[in-house]
Design a protein around this ligand. Sequence first.
Ligand SMILES: NC(=O)c1ccc[n+]([C@@H]2O[C@H](COP(=O)([O-])OP(=O)(O)OC[C@H]3O[C@@H](n4cnc5c(N)ncnc54)[C@H](OP(=O)(O)O)[C@@H]3O)[C@@H](O)[C@H]2O)c1
Length: 268
Amino acid sequence: MSQKTVLITGGTSGIGRACALAFGRAGYAVAVTGRDDARLAAAAQALAAAGIAHLAVQADVGDEAAAARAVEATVARFGRLDVLLNNAGISMRARFQDADLAVIKRLMQTNFFGTVFTTKFALPHLLASKGSIVGISSIAGYRGLPGRTGYSASKFAMNGFLEALRTELLPQGVHVLTAAPGFTASNIRAGALAADGAAQGESPRDEGAMMSSEAVADAILRAVAARRRTLVLTAQGKLTVFLNKWLPGLTDRLVLQHFQKEEAGEMQ
Ligand SMILES: NC(=O)c1ccc[n+]([C@@H]2O[C@H](COP(=O)([O-])OP(=O)(O)OC[C@H]3O[C@@H](n4cnc5c(N)ncnc54)[C@H](OP(=O)(O)O)[C@@H]3O)[C@@H](O)[C@H]2O)c1
């Protein structure tokens, strides 16, 4: 029997990198993708140091041909695919009135179409293994967040796609998990696109006060093992989803206050 295999898009930083190590330590062979060669080499080195069978593929998830190449390379190397973790993602920080439309397009191309492309090419292999498709969504996929219109739209789109796909695949035994982390310490805020499409360069929040990427990865690993449908993380994230469902007007005002503090640099 060949080794169970996971493909993690954006597996070179933050949640993806932590998942690569967590799944690897749990016995999976691990393939990771990313755009940056140096980050890929560092991720491969960390996996090798942990004694994990691995493959690092340079691929932009929003490029259809590259997404196909990443899946093919994984199956060529390990002979099977059991878990696809659609994790690669970028964020933004700009009011819609100020943001270039190119910012919104890049968010959709990476977060939404990246998930769609990779899932399309991976699906035949996941049907064969009766495996798992995971989408790393966000609390922003349940509750739109100001300053992140494109990000929220991309995560709502992911949630709808994954829910429809889960239902389609029920008779075929493929498991679909929508995972929504809350604020998690990573590089996502430093890399978030400002109004002109340039990375904002630093996080406006205290990353040390957030859930760690390692804790998120452990929760995702357990949710895959239990074949759960959804995973919503952090007390603040759970409260936001709950309040938005039952008290949406109040939640508008609370979320706006939170955003105004963040814009004023008062958010720790
Ligand atoms: N951190 C949070 O607070 C938080 C909360 C909720 C949800 N999430 C979600 O969690 C996922 C991972 O984010 P993170 O926080 O771990 O961020 P991160 O530290 O910035 O890591 C993002 C990863 O995605 C890769 N990536 C970005 N664009 C890509 C592309 N076009 N093609 C392939 N790889 C790409 C990055 O590598 P390269 O840049 O080298 O390509 C990197 O490996 C995202 O989907 C994010 O929306 C994060």
